[in-house]
Ligand binder design. Sequence first.
Ligand code: KE4
Length: 427
Amino acid sequence: MFEKSRSLLSRAQRVIPGGVNSPVRAFKSVGGTPPFIAKAKGPHMWDVDDNKYIDFVLTWGPAIIGHADDRVVERCQAAMARGSSFGAPTEIEIDLAEMVVDRVKGVDVLRLVSSGTEACMSAVRLARGAVHREKIIKFKGCYHGHADCFLIAAGSGALTLGLPNSPGVTKGTAKDTLLASFNDLESVEALFKSNKGEIAAIIVEPICGNTGCIPPQEGFLQGLKTLCEENESLLIFDEVMTGFRVGRGGAAERYGVTPDLFCFGKVIGGGFPLAAYGGREDLMRQIAPDGPIYQAGTLSGNPVAVSAGIETLKRLDESAYAELERLGSYLEKGMDEIITRRSLPLSQTRVGSMFGLFFTDKKIDRHEDVAACDLEKFNTFFHAMLKRGVYYAPSQYEAGFLSLLHSEAILDEVLEHADAVLGEVFS
Ligand code: KE4
């Protein structure tokens, strides 16, 4: 089933760390050989051994209108024929920026960059430079890319001082990142109390998407905003995954909480290397060349990526989000029926077309709860579904995604496989 992928993996491992260009693709947490993908179209991918998959990863979120959309392909080909990058301003960068400003309340000005990491690290630099403080608060289990200040594990002790969670991250960097628990406002208040006047910002995924999918509890996001206002710190929503995924205006609109700064990625680039950060005008005007806070990028806003982003966002109108909600609910209800009929120790989370399936019967409120899941059973489920042509994210700590093309017929196929597989896994 995976012969060609196996031989490609050993060839790849000779010249690329782990044979992959991003660690999660190596299937380390689920084991086995990652399929090398040959092509994708709509809700499907095919690997080099010609196995076909219903794709719930969607390149970790971007392919919300489906892979290789005809109009996106057309627009990108036309843009490419005019030159892929000029290192100079273009009109379509303004078009995309105006689309985001129009869709997202609280974004007055934004800057396009090339990855979610770049967006998040730039937003943190801006916050620190604007309020002249050095510390930030992030949440255990939230991921904001691989910038040093984010690769921090929870330290011990009440102060929850950060510790590097990767070699190469200095203690000097780690001391300025504090760790709190998601959906736990007291853990945030404690950090503000023990670091009075030193915290520049909170950065948070408004819906956790990197420890499975964990929605915010009622009042949590507003509570963060209030704590920031009381402490003259800034609130940064990392909407790299949720932006334009969970609604036209992202999670900020869905939960009615407007942060000071936003980070976007994934969907905004329609599968191309394109991300952005933006927010309050008084803050964004401090970014060079308007202001002194530096950030730059050779390929930022390149016309091919921007063309893909514009075409994708154009397709994401209210009817598209209603359809994504309908399909998400269809899958959730179908899984719920199986879980109830078979009385399985599984719990589901979902926000629109972003979902989590956790191998525990406990409620999932934060990262610590996910760590208590039966990861072995998840791995068995993952591989059994993969063999049946359903490609879940290769980790219990990742979210799943639907596209507009994951029709009810396709979801029925998934549910049939899931029913059979879960029967075996829990027999
Ligand atoms: P990138 O630098 O990978 O474009 O974005 C980093 C990032 C920032 N913020 C959030 C909320 C994110 O989810 C991400 C990246 N997400 C992972 C998926 N869990 C990307 C997959 C990967 O690392 O290969």
